[in-house]
Design a protein around this ligand. Structure first.
Ligand code: 3PY
Ligand code: MG
Length: 260
């Protein structure tokens, strides 16, 4: 983040035609958050919905992420204004809201993201105020990026109405819930034609509305494909998955050596 130009670096990247590659944090630990931040991700998403991470864990993790240079983002537990505002006040510079199913849901999200007159965010940003001081109220909307998750049948049916709501940067595909909603097996990086078509449709409609499209990916190969198709943001491989895969590979390696 650059204090001289408070525009969110991910948004600055998009303006230059660069997609964002972000990591995904499920381990409630500032040390691993800092370590991954120093690896060069554009941003790191703290997953409060599906990982054992609470608000105080998230504050420590966001502080550690900033040390490493990545942008701290939060996938909130539920699309509630109080949750959005608490995470923004604690220093998240991006919000990914799950299960946005209708224009009303999108309006609730947009309202919580912006101060009046654009929205209804309450003033009391703790960590952003430490950073930006009194000018924060004027620049807050430029520091924040936001995504509404499309991952249900109603989200798909109401996609155009959701995309028409002002104040949200784009939509973010939750592939597991989307697959479940379409009658497929829950899972990421799906090759089921129904899911693949729905993901393409979400990206195309987002771009038709001049909005950003993001997606959660497990494997780097899948993330590369999604970038090549035109996604503006890919979240790739949660930290827990990276740790388990690396541990298994190391163990296999050691045990293979001890057999020979
Ligand atoms: C999903 O795949 O449904 C997600 O929410 C990604 O974490
Ligand atoms: Mg989901």
């Amino acid at each position: 983040m650059d204090d001289a130009d408070p525009t969110n670096p991910l948004a600055r990247g998009w303006a230059r035609g660069c997609a964002a590659v972000v990591g995904w944090l499920q381990i409630p630990a500032p040390l691993s958050a800092e370590a991954l931040s120093r690896c060069g991700y554009d941003g790191l998403v703290i997953d409060l919905q599906h990982a054992p991470i609470d608000l105080s864990d998230a504050v420590a993790m966001m502080t550690a992420i900033e040390l490493g240079g990545a942008v701290p983002l939060a996938r909130i537990r539920t699309n509630e204004p109080a949750e959005v505002m608490a995470l923004l006040d604690a220093g998240a510079y991006g919000i990914i809201a799950p299960m946005v199913n209708s224009a009303e849901d999108a309006l609730r999200l947009a309202g919580a993201l912006h101060y009046p007159p654009r929205g209804a965010r309450s003033f009391g940003a703790r960590r952003p105020l430490l950073r930006y001081g009194t000018r924060y109220a004027e620049i807050a909307s430029r520091t924040i990026i936001s995504f509404a998750m499309i991952e249900t049948r109603s989200g798909l049916e109401n996609l155009d109405a959701i995309l028409a709501v002002d104040g949200i940067d784009g939509v973010f595909v939750g592939p597991s819930d989307l697959a479940l909603a379409l009658g497929s097996r829950p899972g990421v990086d799906s090759s089921d034609a129904l899911v693949v078509d729905a993901i393409r449709h979400i990206r195309e409609r987002a771009h038709a509305h001049g909005r950003r499209a993001g997606i959660f990916c497990a494997a780097s190969r899948f993330a590369r494909e999604k970038l090549a198709e035109g996604f503006d943001l890919v979240a790739v491989t949660p930290d827990l998955g990276l740790l388990v895969a690396a541990a298994r590979a190391a163990l296999d390696d050691v045990r293979a050596m001890s057999i020979t």
